[in-house]
Design a binder for this molecule. Structure first.
Ligand code: ADP
Ligand code: ZN
Length: 431
C-alpha cells in the first residue's frame, strides 16, 4: 500500500536529481545561519561550488557537540515568527539538543509519517494507540500528527500507566500501537498478570523504535502479542521518527531519501564507506526550512542494504541499528554491544522480559555481571535445572562476546520496568 506511489517508487536518477535540488536549497539556507556561516568560512566552503551530490562528502560534519555549542538557536535559518514548534532530544548521552520547525516543516513531517505507517498496511480504518511520551520528545507528537494525517483514530495515551493503557486497548479496540520495545515487553507481562492473553486484545501491528533492540526481541514480542512488529527509526535532529521505516517486507527500513541524504562512514577516520559496509550513519536533512542540518553524525551504527526491495519502493533500506558508537562497552579490552547480549538472552525461552548489564572493576580487572529476569516457574523447579540454564546462558554469551559474564537470575518484576527508553547498562567503573 502506498501513500504517495509516485515519490515512493521514483526512479533513482530522478530521486538523485531531486535530492541535489533540495540539497542546494538546504545549503544556501544553512549558510545564512550563524553556526554554518562560521563553519563554512573556517573550512573554506563555498556552497555555490557544490555542483553534485558527490561533492557533499567534501563538507564538514555536524556533531551533537556542535548542536550543543549553537544552543539554543544558532542553526535557525528563518525569522523567529516563522517557527511554530520546538522539540528536544531525550538527552540519553548528555544535555538535550533543541530543534525548530516551521508550519510547513510540521506538515511535511506528518506526511512522511503517514507514508511510513501506510507502508506496512495501516489505514484510516485503524485505531492507533500512541504509547510514546508526549512533550518535548519527538516520538509522541511526531507519530500523532502523522497518524491523524493518515486518518487513523488516534489515542494519545503517552507512555506509562499500564493498566490505563490496557483499558484503552480493550474499550476502543486498538489495532495499531507505537511503543518502545522495552516497554512493550513489560506491558505484555502486565497484560498477562491481569489474566488476559495479550493476543486476545486484538492489536495487529506495532511500531517499535526509539532504542536499539535485537531481531530476537522483535520475534519475542510478535509471539507474546500475536502481532506484526515494524522497526521505526529517527532522531530529533532529523525531525524525529520517520527517517526510516520498515515496509510490509520487514527486512530493513526504507530511508526516505527525498527528505534525507544518508551516508555511511568509518567512525574512526570519517571516510565514506560503500553501500553494504557497516559504519556510522551520517544524515543530511534536505527538507526542513527552519533548521537545515548538514552531514549530521548520528553515532548510530548500521549498514545500507542496496538491493531492491520486493515492495517496489526505490528508497534504499538500512539495517537494524546495532548500537551507538558511544554505547559500545569495552570489557577487559573486548568490544561488546549491549544488543549482542540482548540477542542471546531473548532467544532463550526461559528468560523473561527484563535484564540489566552491570560493569565493575575489581583489582584492575573488568567484571561483566548480567542480571536477568526469568519466568517464575523456573524457581519452582529443581535447582539443577536452574544451574543448567545458567550454564547455557553463560556459554552462549561467551561464544558470541568472548567475555565470561557472571549471571544472576531474578524473579520477574525485580528490575525497574521501562516505560520509555530503557536504561540497560550500569557502568560502575567510571565512579
Ligand atoms: P537521544 O539522542 O538523546 O536519545 P532522541 O530522542 O532524538 O535523542 O533519540 C534518537 C536516538 O534513538 C537515535 O539516534 C538512536 O540511537 C535511537 N533510536 C531511535 N530509533 C531506533 C531504532 N529503531 N533502533 C535503534 N535505535 C533507535
Ligand atoms: Zn520495502
Amino acid at each position: 500500500m502506498f501513500w504517495n506511489r509516485e515519490i515512493e517508487t521514483i526512479d533513482r536518477t530522478a530521486l538523485e536529481s531531486l535530492q541535489f535540488k533540495k540539497l542546494s536549497k538546504a545549503l544556501s539556507d544553512a549558510a545564512s545561519t550563524p553556526f554554518y556561516k562560521k563553519v563554512f568560512k573556517e573550512n573554506n566552503v563555498d556552497v555555490k561550488k557544490i555542483r553534485s551530490l558527490e561533492h557533499l562528502k567534501d563538507l564538514p560534519f555536524t556533531t551533537k557537540a556542535d548542536l550543543r555549542l549553537s544552543y539554543p538557536d544558532g542553526m535557525v535559518a528563518v525569522p523567529r515568527s516563522e517557527i511554530v514548534r520546538m522539540h528536544a532530544s531525550s538527552g540519553t548521552t548528555g544535555k538535550s539538543t533543541v530543534i525548530f520547525y516551521t508550519a510547513q516543516d510540521i506538515a511535511d513531517w506528518a506526511d512522511l509519517i503517514a507514508r511510513s505507517m501506510m507502508a506496512s498496511g495501516t489505514t484510516r480504518d485503524d485505531v492507533f494507540q500512541n504509547m510514546m511520551g508526549y512533550g518535548l520528545f519527538t516520538g509522541g507528537l511526531g507519530l500523532h500528527y502523522g497518524a491523524e494525517r493518515l486518518g487513523c483514530m488516534v489515542i494519545p495515551a503517552s507512555s506509562g500507566n499500564s493498566l490505563k493503557q490496557i483499558q484503552l486497548m480493550q474499550d476502543f479496540h486498538t489495532t495499531v500501537i507505537h511503543i518502545t520495545p522495552s516497554y512493550a515487553l513489560h506491558l505484555g507481562d502486565v497484560v498477562s498478570e491481569q489474566g488476559v492473553n495479550p493476543p486476545d486484545l486484538g492489536v495487529k501491528r506495532a511500531y517499535l523504535g526509539a532504542e536499539p533492540y535485537s531481531e530476537e526481541t522483535r520475534n519475542k514480542l510478535q509471539e507474546q502479542w500475536g502481532l506484526t512488529a515494524y522497526n521505526s527509526y529517527g532522531l530529533s535532529e532529523m525531525n524525529g521518527p520517520g527517517v526510516s521505516f520498515e515496509c510490509e517486507e520487514q527486512c530493513g527500513m526504507h530511508i526516505w531519501e527525498d527528505f534525507y541524504i544518508a551516508e555511511i562512514i568509518n567512525p574512526d577516520t570519517g571516510e565514506r564507506l560503500p553501500d553494504g559496509e557497516a559504519g556510522e550513519l551520517v544524515l543530511t536533512h534536505i527538507n526542513r526550512a527552519a533548521m537545515p542540518i548538514i552531514r549530521y553524525r548520528t553515532r548510530d551504527l548500521t549498514r545500507i542494504l542496496p538491493e531492491p526491495c520486493a515492495c517496489g519502493r526505490t528508497h534504499r533500506r538500512m539495517e537494524r541499528i546495532k548500537g551507538r558508537t558511544d554505547d559500545m562497552l569495552i570489557v577487559g579490552g573486548v568490544n561488546v554491544f549491549p544488543s549482542q547480549i540482548e540477542s542471546v538472552l531473548m532467544k532463550i525461552p526461559e528468560v523473561g522480559n527484563n535484564y540489566q548489564i552491570v560493569l565493575d572493576r575489581h583489582e584492575n580487572l573488568d567484571r561483566l555481571h548480567i542480571r536477568v529476569e526469568i519466568y517464575s516457574k523456573m524457581f519452582q523447579g529443581d535447582l539443577k535445572a536452574l544451574e543448567r540454564l545458567k550454564k547455557k546462558v553463560v556459554e552462549e554469551l561467551k561464544a558470541l562476546i568472548t567475555v565470561n559474564p557472571r549471571i544472576e537470575f531474578l524473579e520477574p518484576g525485580s528490575l525497574p520496568p521501562s516505560t520509555g527508553k530503557a536504561v540497560r547498562v550500569i557502568d560502575n567503573r567510571k565512579i
